[in-house]
Design a binder for this molecule. Structure first.
Ligand code: MG
Length: 218
């Protein structure tokens, strides 16, 4: 079972799918030389990619360039299909910290061939997650400091207010195609500063009001 903790709930929550946004912060799209898209670029990580605070990311043997991408994770609390942006926040039950671990060399090869990204984004251990806090504890999810350090060196230091597509519009866009179910997660994209990690590194991610997430790399 692939489960997260929502603070204040006695039972853990089983995660279904993890729907992720690419290129949702201007400065990050530019650092990778990508266009800022007019429609959301979506991909899905399987629940088997999850690890928790204190676990370790294991870099697959087919990659030599594994990157960190710290992201605000949104927990869905009710089944959502074709939801309007106006109504979308009623389906959110919590917020957490995620690191969208990405094999940049594999992704570049897949992009060049026009292939899907799963080998670069969905491998086992590619989705470290923190515990989640209830949505009502976060006044404004679009005004949170978001940071990631590697071995105590600051790599990513931004604010969720820099997101291009905000959470209500993201939920509306996703649910045009996919039903979101209780326990599904949305990863809202990463700010600038992504970079390589190697075996032996320690990543510490932090989002204001949520807490910290620490994972090692093997
Ligand atoms: Mg990402």
């Amino acid at each position: 079972m692939h489960q997260i903790i929502l603070q204040g709930q006695s039972q853990p929550i089983t995660v279904g799918k993890i729907v992720c946004l690419a290129r949702n912060y201007v400065a990050h799209a530019k650092e990778l030389g990508n266009e800022v898209p007019s429609d959301p670029v979506l991909f899905i990580k399987p629940a088997t990619s999850m690890i928790m605070n204190g676990d370790a990311v294991v870099i697959p043997d087919y990659s030599d360039d594994c990157h960190h991408e710290v992201e605000l994770a949104v927990l869905i609390g009710k089944t959502a299909y074709k939801v309007t942006a106006e109504d979308a926040m009623n389906y959110v039950s919590g917020y957490g910290i995620a690191i969208d671990m990405t094999l940049r060399d594999t992704q570049a090869m897949l992009k060049e061939k026009g292939y899907p990204w799963e080998l670069a984004k969905g491998f086992d251990t590619s989705c470290p997650l923190s515990d989640f806090v209830p949505a009502n504890k976060i006044k404004d999810p679009h005004d949170l400091a978001i940071r990631l350090q590697v071995n105590n060196e600051m790599r990513q230091d931004a604010n969720t207010g820099l997101m291009i597509r905000r959470i209500p519009e993201t939920i509306a866009a996703i649910t045009r195609a996919f039903t979101l179910e209780p326990g599904d997660l949305i990863l809202t994209g990463t700010p600038a500063g992504v970079g390589r990690v190697v075996a032996g590194d320690r990543m510490t991610a932090e989002i204001e009001g949520i807490g910290t997430l620490q994972v090692d790399v093997r």
